[in-house]
Design a binder for this molecule. Structure first.
Ligand SMILES: [Zn+2]
Length: 472
């Protein structure tokens, strides 16, 4: 009996102590790898681990986080979500229809995102991405729009958000196609007191103010950041954007920062394995910046890493009980980078690219006939594609975007190399696979076991006390 009473007293004391000690994290980092499921992560770890070794797995920063879970990612109207409904679930904690940003299933009721809740609590807020600022995932944190494709309207809502930091490639569309007299989004943002800074150098030289939009230089070839595999030192990177965001957001009251690795999804849609793995490693570099911040403020920081859905049905293995990832090291450019190179060769030769020139380009950028040997049928397939799309018919190129003409031979070269590396892709679209959750820091223990994607922002809001009465 005495022992029982002693235990109860101890328990009460422990509870009392916990209530005094337990404080909500002031700094919350929320990383979303678009399209990044278990195999994209495992593939990146094999890619890293097999450098200089036949087998092996090297850990990433976030795969070492102490708490892990799995989340279901279906949307309100489909087993397979798109990025708009997935982003809305991860931002607002509610399922909605595919294609919808920040609105309930009825397409009318506005959903409050955890970024907006954090702002109400007096936290500074930042939204960062490697794609465009008004693309689906970032948009879900500040906009309410029935169609994710209404980029101009989403851009207007970005300026109205009052958040302190936006970082990414650029605006997807800067002008209103339906109304030529409507102001450009750059001007709308400036009108709302945002300072637009182009490039990390300029940011470092001075970034007065606490409403900053950091995007690429004017002459950037795409509106998104380039793929990591194609990027040069001069290009703005997701890690630099994350560093800049922390600099702008850091203050005594704390902050909320969402960072999207948006091009993992792009590369997975294109079934380009080496480019996917480079993107995951690049995303991990941005997470390392947050992790270093966590090490300086371990009790006050929470980092959650997850994804909105899986893309490509990525499979590590193709029936031969092995992987041959060293083959992927031969790949020097993405499918986009190689398309651009072929575009340039066409231009320089006035559409008279020879097979020898093509062969040389394939050798340099995919290691074919060099470190990666080809079967007779693989070589024949490349030659046939060269004959079809380059030597004889210059009109088969597809305008995948405004910035490059997609060359079918680039997709074929990537497909052949992935097959040699023993990576396979059943689809070029999203799937219903589980998405992983990794967490470290104050409150991280809440992110274990199976959960739904809508649970993640709810738990972040609970842990960070975003639902408490307005503390502004
Ligand atoms: Zn997505």
């Amino acid at each position: 009996m005495k022992q029982k009473r002693f235990l109860s007293v101890m328990l009460l004391l422990a509870c009392f102590c916990l209530t005094i000690v337990a404080k909500a994290p002031k700094y919350v980092f929320y990383f979303i790898g678009d399209g990044m499921s278990l195999n994209h992560i495992m593939g990146a770890q094999c890619f890293l681990g097999q450098k200089g070794a036949a087998q092996g797995v090297a850990p990433l920063c976030f795969t070492g986080f102490p708490y892990t879970g799995l989340a279901t990612a279906y949307s309100a109207n489909s087993d397979v979500t798109d990025s708009a409904a997935g982003g809305t679930a991860l931002a607002c904690g509610e399922k909605t229809l595919n294609g919808t940003i920040g609105l309930a299933v009825n397409q009318v009721a506005k959903l409050n995102s955890i970024a907006a809740l954090a702002k109400e609590q007096g936290k500074r807020v930042g939204i960062a991405t490697s794609v465009t600022l008004n693309h689906a995932t970032p948009a879900a944190f500040y906009a309410h729009q029935a169609s994710r494709n209404d980029y101009y309207e989403i851009g207007l809502q970005l300026a109205q958000s009052g958040y302190n930091f936006f970082g990414g490639g650029d605006f997807e569309e800067n002008v209103n196609a339906a109304d030529k007299d409507a102001p450009q989004l750059y001007d709308v943002a400036k009108e709302a007191d945002y300072r637009i800074i182009r490039g990390y150098d300029k940011f470092q030289k001075g970034h007065r103010g606490n409403k900053i939009i950091l995007i690429q230089e004017k002459d950037a070839v795409e509106k998104t950041l380039p793929y990591a595999i194609d990027a040069t030192e001069d290009d703005l990177s997701l890690a630099e954007i994350t560093t800049a965001a922390i600099e702008v957001l850091d203050n005594k009251k704390g902050f909320f920062l969402m960072v999207e690795g948006g091009k993992i999804d792009y590369a997975a849609h294109a079934n380009d394995a080496a480019t996917v793995f480079h993107e995951v490693l690049d995303f991990d570099k941005a997470i390392q910046i947050a992790y270093e911040f966590y090490l300086q403020h371990p009790k006050e920081t929470l980092i959650v890493v997850t994804a909105d859905h899986e893309t490509g049905g990525l499979t590590l293995g193709n029936g031969r009980y092995a992987l041959n990832f060293p083959a992927l090291y031969a790949q020097k450019v993405s499918h986009v980078g190689f398309s651009r190179l072929v575009n340039r060769m066409r231009h320089e030769t006035k559409d008279k690219v020879t097979w020898d020139q093509m062969r040389e380009a394939l050798k340099e950028n995919f290691g074919f006939w060099d470190t990666v040997s080809l079967s007779a049928s693989e070589e024949q397939a490349l030659y046939d594609e060269y004959q079809r799309s380059i030597a004889n018919n210059k009109d088969v190129r597809m305008a995948k975007s405004l910035y490059y003409m997609d060359e079918p031979i680039a997709a074929l070269a990537v497909k052949i190399l992935d097959n040699i590396a023993m990576v396979s892709w059943p689809v070029g679209s999203h799937t219903a696979a589980y998405v992983p959750v990794f967490a470290v820091g104050n409150g991280a223990e809440r992110f274990t076991g199976q959960m739904d994607n809508t649970d993640i922002p709810k738990r972040i809001a609970e842990v960070a006390e975003y639902n408490k009465e307005n503390k502004k």
